[in-house]
Design a protein around this ligand. Structure first.
Ligand code: IMP
Ligand code: MG
Length: 175
């Protein structure tokens, strides 16, 4: 039986696969001759990161951060707490933050500031999804998979109350 929480498709499986492979090729081209540290933001970016790195052919390491932003279930406040920090130093490294979705941008804004203070050689962002209508800070991610409308998205790593991360496409949460 269809799950009533799963609404309309926002990004179909085939479009995800094609775009993620394309992003991987772009990253490989841009970082040619360099070594990359991909920082996945737990938990939502896990599926994206796993697929993305299969299309990257420069040497790359992965590390993870977990952050929680205080706020309601569907709205972040910009006050961010680090639940899990990186395992290794990023000083002098080329760092690419891999994020599932940029909504208000507050979480990423905080994360960029925090990581920049550790003196990486470079720091860029690769976000699978952005909601341009919701952006509240000045952020220009180097790589973006898809711009989506102002809907709460689930699937392909994205959750609502920890569920639906295992969908192989991105759907809107049914209202
Ligand atoms: P921001 O700080 O408002 O940009 O929100 C960032 C975080 O909130 C994302 O990394 C997600 O974990 C979560 N988030 C924001 N919008 C959505 C959504 O539509 N679906 C699932 N999670 C979301
Ligand atoms: Mg997230």
């Amino acid at each position: 039986m269809a799950d009533p929480a799963i609404g309309e498709t926002l990004v179909a499986k085939e479009d995800l696969q094609r775009r993620v492979a394309e992003l991987g090729r772009e990253v490989s081209r841009d970082y040619a001759g360099r070594e990359l540290v991909m920082v996945g933001v737990l938990k939502g970016a896990v599926l994206f990161l796993a697929d993305l790195m299969r299309s990257i052919d420069v040497p790359c390491e992965i590390d993870f951060m977990a952050v929680s932003s205080y706020g309601s279930q569907t709205d972040s406040s910009g006050v961010v707490r680090i639940l899990k920090d990186l395992d290794a130093s990023i000083e002098g490294r080329h760092v690419l933050i891999v994020e599932d979705i940029i909504d208000s941008g507050l979480t990423l804004h905080y994360l960029m500031r925090n990581l920049r203070a550790r003196n990486p050689a470079s720091l860029e962002v690769c976000a699978l999804l952005t909601k341009p209508e919701r952006l509240r800070v000045d952020l220009s991610p180097r790589y973006v998979g898809f711009e989506i409308p102002n809907r709460f998205a689930i699937g392909y790593g994205l959750d609502h109350a920890q569920r639906h991360r295992n969908l192989d496409y991105v759907a809107a949460l049914a209202d």
